[in-house]
Design a protein around this ligand. Structure first.
Ligand code: ARG
Length: 468
């Protein structure tokens, strides 16, 4: 080994330093415990870098072979759990380079030619996000499939639709489930768009200013199947917009899951009684034998707070950072990993819950058929007969008030009112109100049948992107 190659136990910058790092420094600055999971991405980046160095004449063919073999060996050691980390391994990048140098000897010292950990770590994280962001989108897609499937089975069941959590108008259960489907479809779109913007290779930016060596960033970018190389080396190493955007998209996805979760919590109460959770997707109480709790739904809801924290915490880290790389940026990884891991787990758990939940159609139907839910339709029929809507609204509102205050059923008041009469009783027939929701995008059978076609079409188009 050459005397200039870092020996095991020495930091990579040992040449400039008279003494080794303090224990407190290592303990505080180390990122290995969490950036270990970038090992595979670091190796992919390192191989592309080595190939590029050979192409531009900075490595001989033999040197290239030795380095690639050493990287292969490192990969095996990591996969077989035989990779021995050294106390001086500050992060996964230093660990891999140290080990390559141990294996390849003198040639190992050429691996980092024209490369900095600043462009290296930015590359690794983009490679990670490209893979894992898509994996989140796949799981969103799977939950959408479950919702679509359950919606397809639920075109005969009506339940009350709510505003202000007060019963408003009946809607088909299919319509309600599809409302969540469309929110998730937008999340998939957002993952697609944010991953497209993140599709930039930063390798070749060096520490901040490029290199005096004849590096070829465009070749590396295409070798790694990025859409394009960076335009500006300072931007390449300091840009973490892709992390912030991914955190936002993950947080919004989780916020959508929290809204689904909240409804599952409500619907599974005795008070609503709209759903029964499958035993495998519910939990019991350690003390109360009768309990069956919706913990998945509650955690999907609760974890939204955590993802919002990941996003806002990281934005605070980025705020006012001067160009270019600053060690603060090391704080990008934990929130990103946490957000994507959490979101993926939530999606799978909710998909399982939703595919096994029982809808209690009797309870939903009873709620949907509450006569007051037809109040708007009665007013709208008066409108069809020529009465201005405000007047009709006041007339029906007064009848509802009488019904509530005097305890007289609404149908009696309707049929005895000279301005209405028995003809209006059709509006109060059980199951009829939802069938009248016929406008495009509305909650009744015809528009919902068309919506199911649109949703299936959307799933197909998403599938085309996700399978690519
Ligand atoms: N562990 C560091 C990070 O995650 C790698 C880059 C360190 N670069 C440096 N110049 N200290 O950001």
């Amino acid at each position: 080994m050459s005397e200039h190659a870092p020996a095991s136990g020495q930091p990579l910058w040992h040449g400039r330093f008279g003494e080794g790092p303090a224990d407190e420094l290592l303990a505080f600055t180390v990122s290995l415990p969490f950036d270990r999971r970038l090992a595979g991405d670091d190796l992919i980046g390192a191989r592309a870098h080595v190939q590029m160095l050979a192409r531009v004449g900075l490595l001989t063919d033999d040197e290239r072979r030795v380095l690639i073999a050493a990287l292969d060996r490192v990969e095996e050691e990591l996969a077989g759990d035989t990779f021995a980390f050294a106390p001086s391994d500050e992060d996964i990048h230093t660990a891999i380079e140290r080990r390559v140098t141990e294996i390849a000897g003198e040639v190992g010292a050429k691996l980092h030619t024209g490369r900095s950990r600043n462009d290296q770590v930015a590359l690794d994280l983009r490679l990670y996000l490209r893979r894992e962001g898509r994996a989140v989108a796949v799981r969103i897609h799977e939950l959408q499939r479950v919702l679509l499937q359950r919606a397809g089975e639920s075109t005969e069941i009506a339940l009350p639709g709510y505003t202000h959590l007060q019963r408003a108008q009946p809607v088909l259960l299919a319509h309600h489930l599809l409302a969540h489907f469309w929110a998730l479809a937008r999340d998939v779109d957002r993952w697609h768009d944010c991953l497209a913007r993140a599709d930039v290779s930063p390798l070749g930016a060096g520490a901040l200013a490029g290199s005096s060596l004849p590096l070829d960033p465009a070749w590396v970018a295409s070798e790694l199947e990025f859409a394009r190389p960076f335009e500006n080396s300072l931007d390449a190493v300091s840009d973490r917009d892709f992390v912030a955007e991914a955190l936002f998209v993950a947080a919004l996805t989780q916020v959508h899951l929290s809204r689904i979760g909240e409804e599952i919590v409500l619907w599974s109460t005795d008070e609503f009684g709209f759903i029964l959770l499958a035993d495998a997707y519910a939990t019991g109480s350690s003390m109360l034998p009768q309990k069956k709790n919706p913990d998945i739904a509650e955690l999907a809801r609760g974890k939204a707070g955590r993802l919002i924290g990941d996003l806002t915490g990281f934005l605070a880290t980025l705020k006012a950072l001067p160009l270019a790389y600053n060690r603060d940026l090391q704080e990008d990884k934990e929130p990103l990993f946490d957000a994507l891991d959490t979101c993926m787990l939530s999606l799978s758990a909710l998909a399982g819950l939703m595919s096994t939940v029982t809808f209690v159609d009797t309870a939903m139907t009873a709620g949907a058929d509450s006569p007051f839910n037809a109040a708007t339709d009665i007013a709208e029929h008066l409108v069809r007969q020529g009465m201005p809507f405000r007047e009709a609204h006041a007339l029906v509102g007064a009848l509802v008030r009488q019904s509530v205050e005097r305890g007289v059923p609404l149908d009696e008041l309707v049929s005895n009112d000279p301005r209405l009469g028995p003809d209006f009783l059709v509006f109060l027939e059980p199951g009829s109100a939802v069938r009248r929701r016929s406008t495009p995008g509305g909650a009744g059978p015809e528009p919902v049948a068309r919506q199911l076609v649109q949703a299936r079409d959307r799933i197909e188009r998403q599938q085309t992107w996700l399978a690519r």
